[in-house]
Every structure is written in structure tokens, then in C-alpha cells.
Design a binder for this molecule. Structure first.
Ligand SMILES: [Zn+2]
Length: 262
């Protein structure tokens, strides 16, 4: 009875038109991991599995030696998503062979690459449809925005877009443009306090927080194992307020459970 009253109180405290998350949770927190880094298989998947949580992994440049473990992660309920085959970024943003910079692409060649990464993902996880995360958070190919043709082509179920868009946290996720899902990445060596503060901001705003990780305990743009574990522990301790799910899971739920209108 007390639990029911508490749940009702929490729903009443949410801003009008906020998404009604399952179990009376005040916010959805989505843990995403970019670039198919082996440290994610070594240091993230076991921690999430032990905690009973699911993550979303944006794969690019997939290593042959890791395919079986990505397949196993997908079979356990983690989401595999498209991050292109080669992860092209603007030449000025990320040093790379000039053939693999976005200046060398056209929207058509980028869409072809995204389609081929979908084929690879389907071969790994057996799923027909996948979400997409923009490499380096940008959608230019040869100086042209490829989001309009990507939307028309219907190749992906959503686009995790520009990074560090905290202002959109409180938006009604059910009406959010799924081709512009905001997300936030963190600097190398980020501490757990900053990660937890971001999740808390989502709780306060009643929306969805999409966190972007790269290396965990190894690789680049790294968070330490201890700081990562502290975030997971905080999420588990706040299970009543926070729903941790995949990005596809959060968007599907929000679409099916529109917010209350005034
Ligand atoms: Zn990336």
C-alpha cells in the first residue's frame, strides 16, 4: 500500500507530458558504448550481466576475434547498433586515412556503408532492424547532411545524434524525433560523481539520459573500472526511480506510452 502511494506521488510529481516509464520510474537511463572496443566485452558486459542490466553497443570496425562475444552479448539481450563500417569523421576532427574521412564520402556512399553494417549486424545478432549512432556525432558526407536521405531510406530505427545535448533531457520522449536522439559523452578519466550527477539530472527532469562510453578499464576515452562500477551500483540502488534499458527499448516504450497531457 505504501509502495503504491509512493508510486502515485512520484507520477504526480512528474512534469506534465513527461513519459510514464515502467514501474513508476522517473527517468530512463540508457548506457551506450561506442566503437566495438574489446574493453567493453572484457569490462562492461560481465558487470552489466551481474547487475541484470542491458546496454546498447554501437559497433564499427568490428574485430574478427570479437564476433563470437558480440553474438553472445546480443543473445543475452544487449542491443547491437550501427556505427558505420569504418567510422569516418571529418578530417579536422579525427586523424585518419583521407579515404576514410567524411569529406571523401557522398550521402549515397555513406548510406551504402550503413546498409552494409546492418548486414554485418544481422549476421551477428539475427535481428532485422537496428538503430544508428553518428560517428563523431556528425552527419555530413562530402559537406552534405545525410540525415534526410537516411530518414527517407528507412535503413535505421533511430539516430543517436549530436553529443552533449543536455537541454533536451526533460523532453517528452514519446514525441522526440527518433532521428535526433540526444546523448552525452564524457572526457577521458571521467569520475563516477559526474556520471551519477548526469543520471540524477534525468531523474529530476523526468526524461531520458543517454550516456556514451568508450573505453572502460582500458582503450581510449576511458572510465576506470571502479568509477564505472560506482555508477552501476548507484543505478541499482535507485531502481525505483531509474529504468535502465537499451536505447531501442526506451524509445519503443515511450512511443507506446505517450505522456499525460494537461
Ligand atoms: Zn564512435
Amino acid at each position: 500500500m505504501l509502495a503504491a502511494l509512493t508510486a502515485l506521488t512520484m507520477i504526480a510529481m512528474q512534469p506534465a507530458s513527461a513519459t510514464q516509464w515502467p514501474g513508476g520510474a522517473r527517468a530512463a537511463v540508457v548506457l551506450t558504448y561506442d566503437d566495438a572496443l574489446t574493453s567493453q566485452l572484457d569490462h562492461v558486459v560481465p558487470v552489466l550481466d551481474k547487475a541484470g542490466l542491458k546496454g546498447t553497443f554501437f559497433l564499427s570496425n568490428v574485430k574478427r576475434a570479437d564476433v563470437a562475444r558480440w553474438r553472445a552479448a546480443a543473445a543475452e539481450g544487449h542491443e547491437l547498433a550501427n556505427h558505420t563500417v569504418f567510422h569516418a569523421c571529418a578530417a579536422a576532427q579525427f586523424s585518419a586515412d583521407p579515404r576514410y574521412t567524411t569529406e571523401a564520402y557522398t550521402p549515397a556512399s555513406m548510406l551504402t556503408e550503413i546498409e552494409q553494417q546492418n548486414v554485418l549486424l544481422t549476421a551477428i545478432d539475427g535481428r532485422d532492424a537496428h538503430g544508428f549512432g553518428l560517428p563523431c556525432g556528425k552527419s555530413l558526407a562530402g559537406g552534405v547532411d545525410y540525415l534526410p536521405p537516411l530518414r527517407t531510406a528507412g535503413l535505421v530505427t533511430y539516430v543517436r545524434g549530436a553529443l552533449n545535448s543536455m537541454d533536451e533531457l526533460a523532453a517528452d520522449v514519446s514525441t522526440m524525433d527518433s532521428m535526433h536522439v540526444p546523448a552525452t559523452d564524457f572526457p577521458d578519466g571521467v569520475r563516477s560523481a559526474q556520471l551519477i550527477a548526469f543520471a540524477q539530472k534525468a531523474v529530476d527532469g523526468g526524461g531520458m539520459a543517454v550516456l556514451v562510453f568508450h573505453g572502460v578499464g582500458a582503450d581510449y576515452l576511458r572510465v576506470s573500472d571502479a568509477d564505472y562500477q560506482a555508477l552501476i551500483d548507484w543505478l541499482l540502488a535507485h531502481r525505483g526511480e531509474v529504468w535502465v534499458t537499451t536505447l531501442q527499448g526506451a524509445l519503443d516504450w515511450a512511443r507506446a506510452h505517450p505522456g499525460t497531457k494537461e
